[in-house]
Write a protein that binds this ligand. Structure first.
Ligand code: AHR
Length: 504
């Protein structure tokens, strides 16, 4: 395929939102236990945090991490996870049918986040609990001192408030699988009242109302409308969640899978349209943003058929759950999902890839053993560090295909940023063609001064590999970023040749 991209430093979408490149750590499977927390691990520090995982997290660099769920939060009593460890109760976690030991809770997570250099995004339980417990948790976390719960925090060794700004008002409350699932009206009222109450405890909070847990939900659209009609002035963002997988049967399944970002683009644009319609009708001044706080590739079909999902096994501590092993293809799709988020960075102001370790993880770790980056961590890490300054409005003219599910799919998918201060232009390019190289041409006339290639890296199947190659414990670096040869800038035009099925 061939593509020509038109960019101009004067045509921007907006600044790159700092929180766009976040991740998510749920009490689920081995994300927390033996993922980020393993006191007996050889690299564990004085807080029981795995040093090898912390080091990889610092490299990948999520700017914000959502916690503690996920479906888990909708049955969680946060009080179980604070105070002396030996007194914390073991509880049934109904969401994943496991035993929660509560050896890790808010104080441990906040300590971990500080060491990882990331911001905490906290979720409150609006499934089995409500406004009072949400305010209690906020008081424990953010009130300075002199009250029961702020002094309780201090008695646990944390004198200063955590100052957690970002809060999710529940999780996926539109989903029938959610503990305490609600209708849009029921949730909207609860979210509005909880938001108002939380703002009286701490007016500096930024609040996210639950949107749809997928664009395919029967209530999608109407859910957002009802929730925003009720909460518009009380919340800052509405959430969106999306997971993609390559179907195991059918025609051109890889074509559909590689076009997943078309669905993400549409999802974002439809939520924006709905939010803006509520804004117009209510004569509101502000715009509500989107917190895309769960997204990834996730092979959900095998999970749905699994024993645990079907209640045939239960009640282990930190079992292996949805430990998907990601391939080259998955990494290319994740790269295009990152492109989609970046293209919409004027409205998507928070993003959280799900999840950080082991559970559909950017990273993998073994109990007592090593930790490594999955293929999908590479595009994430690149974009998190290289998307700086302003997001450019990229116009792509080039070859397109139709797949079974999508029309007009650009074979070259693109996003770009321009950092005026450092003079760095970053192009994020995917070649969706499975078998053909992609030629990309980018006229740079609009940029003052001489441009040269600083660095060019690509993720693609290497020698002796194919699109199914993954990173494993035995070969943790099989797939990663490699130098992309042959990128030139000549006659004020950049020319790039992308290998088949690649992200650069
Ligand atoms: O990330 C895994 C699960 O997916 C989360 O717990 C839930 O919110 C979503 O359905």
């Amino acid at each position: 395929p061939h593509a020509r991209l038109t960019i101009d430093p004067e045509f921007t979408v907006g600044p790159v939102p700092r929180r766009l490149f976040g991740s998510f750590a749920e009490h689920m499977g081995r994300c927390i236990y033996t993922g980020i927390f393993e006191p007996d691990h050889p690299t564990a520090d004085e807080d029981g945090l795995r040093g090898d995982v912390l080091e990889l997290v610092r490299q990948v660099g999520p700017t914000v991490v959502r916690y503690p769920g996920g479906n888990f939060v909708s049955g969680y009593d946060w009080e179980d996870g604070v105070g002396p460890r030996e007194e914390r109760p073991r509880r049934l976690d109904r969401a994943w049918r496991t035993v929660e030991t509560n050896q890790f809770g808010l104080d441990e997570f906040a300590t971990w986040a500080q060491k990882a250099g990331t911001e905490v995004m906290m979720a409150v339980n609006l499934g089995t609990r409500g406004m009072q417990e949400a305010c209690d948790l906020l008081e424990y976390a953010n009130h300075p001192s002199g009250t029961r719960l702020s002094d309780l925090r201090r008695s646990h060794g944390r004198q200063d408030p955590y100052g957690i700004t970002l809060w999710c008002l529940g999780n996926e409350m539109d989903g029938p699988w959610q503990t305490g699932h609600k209708t849009a009206h029921e949730y909207a009222r609860l979210a509005a009242e909880t938001a108002r109450a939380m703002r009286t405890v701490d007016p500096s909070v930024e609040l996210v109302a639950c949107g749809s847990s997928g664009r395919g939900m029967a209530t999608f659209g109407e859910w957002e409308r009802v929730v925003l009609e009720e909460t518009y002035e009380d919340v800052d963002m509405i959430s969106a969640h999306a997971y993609y997988e390559e179907a195991q049967t059918g025609e051109d399944t890889v074509g559909d899978f590689l076009a997943s970002a078309k669905d993400m683009d549409a999802f974002i644009e439809e939520v924006v349209a709905t939010a803006d319609a509520v804004r117009a009708r209510g004569r509101h001044r502000k715009h509500v943003g989107i917190s895309f706080d769960e997204w990834n590739v996730w092979y959900q079909t095998p999970w749905r058929d699994s024993d645990r999902a079907n209640a045939r096994t239960a009640w282990d501590v930190a079992p292996r759950v949805i430990e998907d092993e990601y391939s080259v293809t998955d990494a290319v799709v994740v790269g295009t999902l990152l492109n989609s988020l970046l293209r919409h960075g004027d409205r998507v102001t928070v993003g959280a890839q799900a999840q950080l370790v082991n559970v559909i993880g950017l990273l993998r770790s073994e109990e007592g053993g090593p930790a490594w980056k999955q293929t999908i961590a590479h595009p994430f890490e690149q974009m998190r560090h290289r998307a700086t300054g302003a997001i450019l409005d990229v116009r792509t003219r080039g070859d397109q295909v139709s797949t079974a599910r999508f029309d007009d799919v650009d074979l070259v998918d693109a996003a770009a940023t321009w950092d005026e201060e450092s003079g760095v232009l970053s192009l994020f390019l995917a070649n969706r063609s499975e078998h053909e190289a992609g030629d990309v041409e980018v006229p740079l006339r609009a940029f003052v001064g001489e441009m040269r290639v600083a660095e060019a890296l690509v993720l693609a199947a290497g020698e002796g590999q194919d699109r199914h190659t993954t990173n494993t414990q035995a070969a943790p670096d099989a797939v990663g970023m490699r130098p992309l040869e042959g990128v030139v800038v000549q006659d004020a035009t950049a020319r790039v040749t992308l290998p088949p099925l690649s992200w650069a």
